[in-house]
Design a protein around this ligand. Structure first.
Ligand SMILES: *[C@@H]1O[C@H](CO)[C@@H](O)[C@H](O)[C@H]1NC(C)=O
Ligand SMILES: *[C@@H]1O[C@H](CO)[C@@H](O)[C@H](O)[C@H]1NC(C)=O
Ligand SMILES: *[C@@H]1O[C@H](CO)[C@@H](O)[C@H](O)[C@H]1NC(C)=O
Ligand SMILES: *[C@@H]1O[C@H](CO)[C@@H](O)[C@H](O)[C@H]1NC(C)=O
Ligand SMILES: *[C@@H]1O[C@H](CO)[C@@H](O)[C@H](O)[C@H]1NC(C)=O
Length: 491
């Protein structure tokens, strides 16, 4: 009973109503005022008896006591790590195989009965959007068709970054014609960053978060990783608060200096949600960037990543498209050592094994390499710090596809925690650009020796990629490491 009552007290709805005592009390006659007061006192006593965190102003922001798990009744969340593996890649008969992004997007559309909210950087789901005639665009085109027909049956809301002059709005126009509501956020104007986030919320209970954009190439030509979480209204309702921020900004508003209280959250790195995930107890929270979008209680995405690295005791595996300890878009560019320092510290101070898998494609910014070399230079027989580059193999035909054939993953896995994000690891993404991260901690739960469920799925994927024919040691790139990514066909 106690956890349920506590959860009631912490329901998001309770923040939206002012305390009952404030509401029109003067209009009430004396008798009913007394009755209200008596009820209030009984309520407060009950609260004090059942809850140790009765400080209304600071709910959820303080650390949670281990003895009071707070599992929302009814939620039996199911999380699956999903991937897009570009056509033509082959990991051999023993390579870990994940459900596909295309498959789970289709299932989310099938599940939807009331609402679908999608936040994405941009939309190019068809061949005509990209000026191509690729058969592999058919999955994206199917998703667009299904979302169009869904838009006439359920509430579909979309937020998207303000399209640049050269980018297309054809998909969004088609969706709007079928009844979807679309809002454009002028993130460049608001923060001089972009709305780079990527997530779905379906019926306020299923979510998808990860690297893929609403782009046909994200289903067949770009290597992507995300997580779908079914039947998880507690996490979905928290993500909805971030969506509502974008939705508000899409109406043309400025970023408020302080977000109204109904955008605030109880759940963060110090006080994660306690839920059953795949039948295993888990602590889960959502982080967000940039800090200007962190309503009260929300953990900044950078802080989430740093806290996860700091918590690792055996290994930290990182797969990101770009790893650049610089704010690359600031003028002048600035050194940005936050994550770099945390990784060095983990390896040097705590002897944690650190592995960094970074992407190599023809648009790779050469500024990245001296930093990667410097990090890898620390590694030796005692300090386990290694860097590898990941290439997606590309045929002559595939080379015609613009901006395809790259590992777009952005995740982190340690011996304790799995984290799936939407941001590259450079300073700008955490200071100016909007993204989200999903952290799952199943420390102490069963799920195989040393690793827990979600971490295990991510670790298997990481090790598959790390040990595959598509990854190369930094040294293996020879002397021309700064130009080698431009010639990925030489793989
Ligand atoms: C795949 O796994 C099986 C069983 O463990 C093993 O016998 C086989 O050699 C493996 N194949 C490859 C290509 O690694
Ligand atoms: C959600 O939970 C319900 C009730 O337990 C179940 O019938 C349904 O299949 C679940 N949905 C998904 C997508 O797992
Ligand atoms: C907060 O309240 C405002 C005003 O009622 C509403 O427009 C907004 O959608 C609410 N935000 C959330 C996250 O519910
Ligand atoms: C994961 O959970 C354990 C056990 O509750 C906790 O000690 C640890 O700090 C958590 N790790 C992170 C990164 O939140
Ligand atoms: C980060 O990721 C995006 C795609 O998500 C890519 O186009 C971009 O070039 C990357 N790197 C930087 C430094 O922005």
């Amino acid at each position: 009973m106690a956890p349920q009552q506590k959860y009631q007290q912490l329901m998001p709805d309770s923040e939206e109503d002012p305390p009952p005592g404030d509401r029109g009390a003067r209009k009430l006659c004396w008798d009913s005022l007394m009755a209200v007061l008596v009820l209030l006192m009984v309520g407060v006593l009950l609260l004090l008896a059942t809850s140790r965190i009765a400080v209304f102003g600071a709910e959820g922001v303080g650390p949670q006591e281990a003895s009071s798990p707070r599992r929302p009744p009814g939620d039996a969340c199911r999380l699956t790590v999903v991937e897009s593996i570009p056509e033509g890649m082959d990991y051999g008969p023993n390579g870990t195989v994940s459900p596909t992004v295309f498959g789970v997007w289709t299932s989310l559309i099938t599940e939807a009965t009331r609402t679908v909210d999608i936040a994405s950087f941009y939309w190019t789901l068809t061949n005509s959007d990209t000026g191509t005639t690729e058969p592999s665009a058919s999955q994206g085109e199917k998703i667009l068709q299904e979302l169009m027909s869904l838009s006439s049956r359920v509430s579909v809301r979309i937020v998207v970054n303000k399209p640049s002059k050269s980018s297309t709005t054809a998909d969004l126009n088609s969706l709007t014609q079928r009844g979807a509501k679309v809002r454009v956020v002028d993130f460049p104007k608001l923060t001089s960053g972009v709305l780079h986030t990527k997530f779905w919320i379906v019926d306020k209970k299923h979510i998808f978060v990860g690297s893929p954009n609403m782009d046909w190439r994200s289903l067949t030509q770009v290597k992507e990783l995300g997580a779908v979480v079914y039947n998880c209204s507690s996490v979905a309702q928290d993500l909805e608060k971030i969506f509502e921020e974008y939705w508000f900004l899409g109406a043309g508003g400025d970023i408020p200096t302080e977000w109204p209280l109904n955008y605030s959250t109880k759940y963060n790195s110090l006080n994660p949600l306690h839920i059953l995930l795949n039948n295993t107890p888990a602590q889960v929270y959502l982080s967000s960037s940039p800090p200007a979008l962190s309503a009260r209680g929300r953990t900044d995405d950078l802080k989430a990543i740093l806290s996860i690295i700091a918590d690792a005791s055996e290994f930290v595996y990182v797969a990101v498209m770009d790893y650049i300890p610089v704010s690359v878009y600031s003028h002048p560019q600035r050194f940005w050592p936050d994550i770099d320092t945390a990784l060095r510290r983990a390896a040097f101070d705590r002897r944690v094994t650190v592995r960094l898998l970074v992407s190599c494609w023809k648009h790779t910014d050469p500024i990245m390499f001296p930093f990667l070399k410097s990090l890898a230079a620390l590694g030796n027989r005692r300090l386990h710090l290694e860097v590898r580059m990941f290439f997606v193999p590309t045929t002559e035909e595939q080379k015609r596809i613009p901006y395809g054939r790259v590992n777009h993953n952005k995740y982190l896995v340690t011996d304790r925690v799995g984290y799936i994000g939407t941001s590259n690891w450079s300073g700008d993404y955490f200071s100016h650009t909007a993204g989200v991260g999903l952290s799952v901690n199943q420390t102490g739960s069963e799920g195989g020796p040393g690793v827990s469920e979600v971490s295990k799925q991510l670790k298997d994927i990481f090790e598959r990629d790390w040990n595959s024919q598509y990854s190369t040691k930094l040294d293996g790139l020879g002397d021309n490491w700064d130009t080698v990514c431009q010639h990925t066909e030489n793989m």
